[in-house]
Design a protein around this ligand. Structure first.
Ligand SMILES: [Fe+2]
Length: 385
């Protein structure tokens, strides 16, 4: 049996990688890029920086900065119209997960039309939209190296998972220097998301020797550095490790899929507007505990890769240490419970059957070591209270 691995054509990794945008555009034969980003990137001067770097190479660019966190069908529409009415030959997606996910959707809808709903899973989107050069500024969603995007349908609060090589950026420029000014909260949320990607890819039923090697490498980078970047955002060495770890975790889960944490996390995010990394963090200890009995060795490998267990520890001991570590990490990174986040208990409990249904429909729980029933998913949701 063999596994097909899908990656961006170009990966530029390391300090100042983002300055290579002009040469990448040149290698693609592109001269009319649209920069898709958000207001924060404009305020921080990052968008200007990219534009002046392009200008130095005689490339004129325009900026679309109306992407929003947790993008929706209506939030991307103006971007689709911009692409439709402009004569762009490429997209530079600059920012955290949301601008890059928005850019992926805009690239496809801008070129092929239709509704986002038409492109959601189980359809596999192999069409090639405008080529995307992804420049992540968080570590991270890993979306710069995945063939996924998530767009919320605001009419029913469904987070639509869209899958296919059409959503894979043609190039990813992974520059840790862009993460140095990230606030601690976003650093923590995105960092736990990256850790979750690596763990879920590793225990996924779709894991392969290739994705395993990327996932383990990611956990070795993320495990010892997540607390460091949270406490000291200017720690270059730790930021660099987190950035590479996030990209490797992205490669791992793009090729092995995520599992139950993400399946259960998306409905919480859609219904209660909890940032993606935070809802993952809320779920990670409970879902790991639920799943360990069917993948004891693999979870023990995770514990050792993260650095909380040693080779001398039995799998059982390593797994106990893993659960303890995930809970301790949430405490130290001040991850709120749903209640502390301000979610209404009754509303959450009323919505649990719908959320369980949406989680199962996303397909992600099918990759979990233990494929849960709707009742088991509800049981795990209840444990968060
Ligand atoms: Fe994620």
């Amino acid at each position: 049996m063999s596994n097909q691995i899908i990656l961006p054509r170009v990966l530029q990794v390391g300090e100042n990688a983002s300055l290579e945008i002009p040469s990448i555009l040149d290698s693609l034969g592109c001269t009319r890029p649209l920069i898709i980003t958000d207001k924060m990137m404009v305020e921080l001067g990052y968008a200007k920086q990219v534009q002046s770097c392009l200008k130095d190479h005689q490339i004129n660019s325009e900026v679309f900065d109306d992407t929003v966190p947790e993008p929706t069908v209506s939030s991307i529409q103006a971007g689709v119209d911009t692409v439709r009415n402009g004569n762009y030959d490429s997209i530079i997606a600059l920012g955290g997960g949301s601008p890059i996910d928005s850019a992926k959707a805009i690239s496809i809808l801008g070129k092929f039309g239709g509704e986002m709903r038409d492109y959601k899973f189980p359809r596999i989107v192999n069409e090639q939209g405008l080529p995307i050069i992804a420049v992540p500024t968080t570590a991270g969603t890993g979306t710069e190296v995945t063939r996924f995007t998530i767009i919320t349908d605001e009419t029913n609060d469904e987070k639509m998972l869209c899958v296919g090589v059409g959503f894979m950026p043609i190039a990813a420029l992974v520059d840790y220097k862009l993460t140095l000014s990230l606030p601690a909260r976003i650093t923590a949320d995105t960092g736990i998301d990256a850790l979750t990607h690596a763990m879920e890819a590793y225990v996924s039923k779709k894991a392969s020797p290739y994705s395993d090697s990327q996932a383990i490498a990611a956990m070795k980078l993320i495990g010892p550095n997540l607390r460091r970047v949270y406490h000291d955002g200017s720690d270059h060495k730790a930021r660099e490790a987190m950035m590479l770890g996030s990209t490797l975790a992205g490669i791992a889960f793009s090729n092995a899929s995520v599992a139950l944490v993400h399946g259960m996390s998306r409905p919480i995010g859609a219904a209660f507007h909890v940032p993606h990394g935070l809802s993952n963090a809320m779920l990670l200890p409970a879902v790991t505990e639920f799943s360990i009995p069917s993948a004891e060795e693999k979870y023990a490998d995770c514990a050792r890769a993260i650095g909380v267990a040693t080779q001398a520890d039995s799998d059982d001991v390593a797994n106990q240490k893993l659960i303890a570590e995930l809970r301790a990490l949430n405490d130290e990174l001040q991850v709120p419970t749903p209640e502390q986040f301000g979610i209404d208990r009754q509303q959450f409990f009323d919505l649990m059957p719908t959320m369980a249904e949406q989680a199962l429909a996303s397909g992600s729980p099918n990759n979990n070591p233990i494929v849960p029933t709707a009742e088991q998913i509800i049981d795990i949701y209840q444990q968060l209270w």
